[in-house]
Design a protein around this ligand. Structure first.
Ligand SMILES: Nc1ncnc2c1ncn2[C@@H]1O[C@H](COP(=O)(O)OP(=O)(O)O)[C@@H](O)[C@H]1O
Ligand SMILES: [Mg+2]
Length: 302
């Protein structure tokens, strides 16, 4: 059986992706699911520190360089049902090329687990945006600051290009490019081609999560982001939820104890539980999240 994969990504660093990936993994493992966390952040591997693992002996670097089989790279975390592939800890002579991502994605799906959670890190580099796109479910972690939303724009643009990469034959202009207005213009010239690209965009959903909100003013921002992303990027989006700002959270990292274990009754952890329930409900309702009911392609004008 193939493991279901959830990628955690986003344009800006420091929005809480690693924290969320770890807590998601712990909460799902607590529910009895067999979970493997994958630290795929090539620039800021840190998931091992959440479990107090210093200097992991086996890491993603060994897998990517072919020194270790991926199945032997899963480390125990001390949490029942939860394993970890630690991130690139030792220096690699050469970072993996983006062409290796599909094979790496297949290896991750073959792991002995029910769910794998991939922390793909921040930014919009080809490696991470392509990996984000390879997962069954992509969770965009944003924050209620303009800087985060601006970086997400670049991140999502790259994700869209990967989604369309099998069929796209024209490189869109990068200056100010947005998929939907571009496809609308394309539809006038070549409706079949535009429809095929639009289908590729909608094949898998992107889940929108906002972290660090202040209770009163930024409620339901994930709905607004979802609707904007849907309208301008043409992606199928699902608002996943909001997580409040909680100044105790960085302390959990300092004491090297995962938050859900340190502050199980905090509002943040309660909100995380709601998000896990939401994700698992979607998974149970739609075993294949890549399924999209869609209209028939338009009859070509030419
Ligand atoms: N909701 C929140 N409230 C307060 N601090 C948070 C919250 N979410 C994350 N943090 C803190 O922000 C910092 C960055 O989080 P991290 O998970 O490393 O971000 P990323 O992986 O996106 O770069 C950490 O110190 C973390 O504890
Ligand atoms: Mg991180």
């Amino acid at each position: 059986m193939s493991a279901m994969s959830v990628a955690i990504g986003g344009g800006k660093g420091g929005t809480g992706k690693s924290l969320i990936a770890v807590q998601l993994g712990i909460l799902m493992a607590e529910m009895g699911l067999r979970v493997v966390l994958v630290d795929a952040d090539l620039n800021g591997a840190n998931l091992h520190t959440f479990f107090g693992l210093e200097d992991p002996q086996v890491s993603l670097g060994h897998v990517l360089s072919g020194e270790r089989d991926i199945h032997d790279a899963v480390l125990p975390t001390g949490v029942r049902n939860l394993g970890l592939i630690a991130g690139l800890y030792q220096d690699m002579r050469e970072l993996p090329g983006v062409h290796t991502v599909p094979d790496f994605g297949r290896e991750l799906h073959a792991l002995d687990a029910e769910i794998t959670i991939w922390d793909v890190g921040s930014g919009s580099s080809p490696w991470q945006t392509r990996l984000f796109e390879q997962a069954d479910m992509g969770v965009l972690v944003s924050a209620p600051q303009f800087q985060a939303l601006e970086r997400d724009y670049f991140f999502l643009r790259r994700v869209c290009l990967w989604k369309m990469s099998a069929q796209i034959t024209t490189q869109p202009p990068m200056q100010g490019w947005l998929p939907m207005p571009w496809l609308t213009a394309l539809r006038a010239q070549d409706p079949r081609y535009a429809h095929a690209l639009r289908r590729d965009l909608r094949r898998k959903p992107v889940f929108c999560l906002v972290n660090g909100i202040s209770q009163s003013t930024e409620n339901h921002l994930e709905h607004e982001i979802s609707s904007v992303v849907n309208r301008f990027f043409g992606l199928r989006t699902i608002p996943l939820g909001g997580l409040e700002f909680d100044d105790r959270l960085p302390l959990g990292v300092l004491v090297r104890r995962p938050i859900v274990l340190e502050y199980p009754d905090s509002r943040w952890v309660q909100q995380m539980r709601g998000i896990v329930d939401h994700l698992l409900t979607i998974l149970a309702a739609d075993e294949d999240p890549s399924f999209v009911p869609d209209s028939q392609p338009p009859v070509s004008a030419g």
